[in-house]
Write a protein that binds this ligand. Sequence first.
Ligand code: AMP
Length: 379
Amino acid sequence: MKPILPGATIGVLGSGQLGRMFAISARRLGYRVHTYSPDRDTPTGQIADIEIDAAYEDLDRVRAFASAVDVVTFEFENVPAPTAEAAEAEAPVRPAGLVLHTTQHRLREKTWLASHGFPVTRFEAIRAGGDLAAVWDGFGPAILKTAGFGYDGKGQFRVSSLAEAEDAWSAMERQEAVLEAMVDFEAELSVVAVRGENGDCVFYTPSANSHVAGILDVSVAPGPFSEKIVYEAQEIARALLSQLEVVGVLCIEFFLTKDGRLLINELAPRPHNSGHLTIDACVTSQFEQQLRAVCGLPLGSTEMLRPAAMANLLGDVWTDGEPNWSAALAMPDVKLHLYGKLEPRPGRKMGHLTATSTSASQSEKLVREARSKLHVERI
Ligand code: AMP
């Protein structure tokens, strides 16, 4: 396919912060952006040239949207399959096909990974209305997760006995689920990987991620991992990019076990929260890479210019009123990103801070300090 050059129009399915940061990159390179979601005045819509506000099930609107753009991408992978197919009839959709189908469903993803020889946590499938007791044997502390749609720890229950697992499953209305052994991990890390239309692959250095209540809290890069672990994580990423035929960005989240093994926790076929620090710290951001990949352009350098750390800003930061932005911005190595969301609900990702410095640990110290200053009283 001929490259889609600046001046062309990119369609984004979904309208959250990932679409917003993608749209900012796309507009900087001279592209136009249309976004499609059931909402108005959205994070992506505020940056896009055109914001379409319609249901994903309204396939006539989806076709009209796709026919007005040169390529369609998405910012969340749970776009219903008929929506992606309707778009595909009018314009190329990237990434598409195998990677989208596989990563839309937790159980399908884990089954695919295990059957293709990738290292995953021990898990068992539980069919809707099936027999949980029959698969519990041998499980100790575990996590019960919905098989379908799920992100940021939603639809997950930590359980330590069959009785607790039965209760949790009842709370999930005995729908299809995955029972997963709890990993007593040393660290969590992720690799953002990119594959171009010509098969070229590039990788960012793994970031070390810490979560609070199942939601990413802080990412630090480069993470404190041995060369061997970095190499292994990137080789797993390389194999996944080609076997899943990705054209675009794929983030692989890993657990590093205490005995030094990497287990894949989850895949995301798009830019990822742990890669937001690439905007301020790397030659090319993960969002510009998505643009380059879906447009069939050469990929950019993933080199880090400075070590960095990112701290998420959830709606909880607004509990005592508008945060003290000036206090954080008074720190010269700290950058503020806000997503234009109108309502700061607890647990909602409203923005993030990035700090860059001479070391990853100093960056982490700075970004945590900047976030804590948001609560400091204004003078
Ligand atoms: P997920 O939505 O599956 O990525 O889970 C969100 C977070 O919950 C992960 O990043 C981990 O911190 C934690 N978590 C999920 N699954 C497991 C597991 N099997 N063992 C230990 N922690 C887990």
